[in-house]
Design a protein around this ligand. Structure first.
Ligand SMILES: Nc1ncnc2c1ncn2[C@@H]1O[C@H](COP(=O)(O)OP(=O)(O)OP(=O)(O)O)[C@@H](O)[C@H]1O
Ligand SMILES: [Mg+2]
Length: 243
């Protein structure tokens, strides 16, 4: 199995003297969806920035075996003057994909995230959850081998958030990229992932790496199963011990 992302003994110290990450080793393979949970300020966003190449390590190595990486930020970063369709098309435009082809792919991606019929709307005409779906469609239309998510559902209300989780894991079931997902929500991490990585407080270290046994697609009702609750408890306990 290709290890799409490998962080080997990674340390990150900022010029300010803050050591954000210490000796973090973590890998994500194709077909794995790994969530990272940890206390605020433990270096999760820093970890994602290092994985994406937006920032450089102070020690250790980052290896990315992907032809395409996408990044979904906490706040949807859409272009206000472009319609939903043209926001999703942007990646194809930048890559020189012919117009009809990139339009077809963008429509398909919007359909996958449940936004058929909203292609012509501009971001301000969409709800927060819909804007986040456009962001996810834009990330996935690029057919990434590696998809990085930094708390994408943090700003959503609970109902929309649960719906987005259900949609994201069913997209993962279809596309099977390597996923790295940051969240504060333990149940979100367990619901979405093949593995949950728990980090300690700053400097962030990996303190637990807990496999999640269920295949995909997952039903919304999985959340009510006792085994699901037990795993959420296990992750929460690891988090509590090290924060
Ligand atoms: N560019 C920077 N320069 C200096 N320090 C930084 C920089 N970026 C982050 N830090 C520090 O590194 C630490 C980790 O920050 P990071 O944003 O990775 O945390 P986080 O785990 O994502 O937190 P949260 O859950 O609140 O989003 C913090 O102490 C932060 O102040
Ligand atoms: Mg962060």
């Amino acid at each position: 199995m290709t290890r799409t992302l490998v962080l080997d003994d990674v340390t990150k110290a900022f010029p300010t003297g803050t050591v954000a990450l210490e000796e973090v080793s973590l890998s994500v393979s194709a077909g794995e969806f790994v969530s990272v949970v940890g206390p605020s300020g433990c270096g999760k966003s820093t970890l994602l920035r290092l994985a994406s190449g937006l920032d450089e390590v102070s020690g250790g190595d980052v290896e990315v075996n992907a032809t395409s990486t996408s990044y979904v930020f906490q706040e949807p970063t859409l272009l206000e003057w472009r319609s939903a369709l043209r926001n999703v098309e942007l990646v194809g435009e930048l890559r020189g994909v012919p117009k009809l082809e990139r339009r077809r792919r963008a429509r398909e991606a919007l359909d996958l995230v449940g936004l058929s019929g909203f292609e012509k709307q501009h971001p301000r005409q969409l709800s927060g959850g819909m804007r986040m779906r456009v962001s996810i469609a834009r990330a996935l239309v690029a057919e990434p081998d590696l998809a990085l998510f930094d708390e994408p559902f943090g700003a959503l209300d609970e109902i929309t958030r649960l719906r987005m989780q259900t949609e994201l894991q069913s997209l993962f079931a279809l596309k099977s990229f390597a996923g790295l997902f940051i969240t504060h929500s333990v149940s979100e991490a367990v619901y979405l992932s093949t593995r949950v990585v728990v980090m300690s407080g700053r400097p962030g270290r990996v303190v637990a790496d807990i496999p999640v046994p269920w295949g995909y697609p997952r039903t919304p009702e999985l959340r009510y199963e006792p085994e699901f609750g037990a795993l959420v408890g296990e992750v929460s306990a690891a988090l509590g011990e090290h924060s």
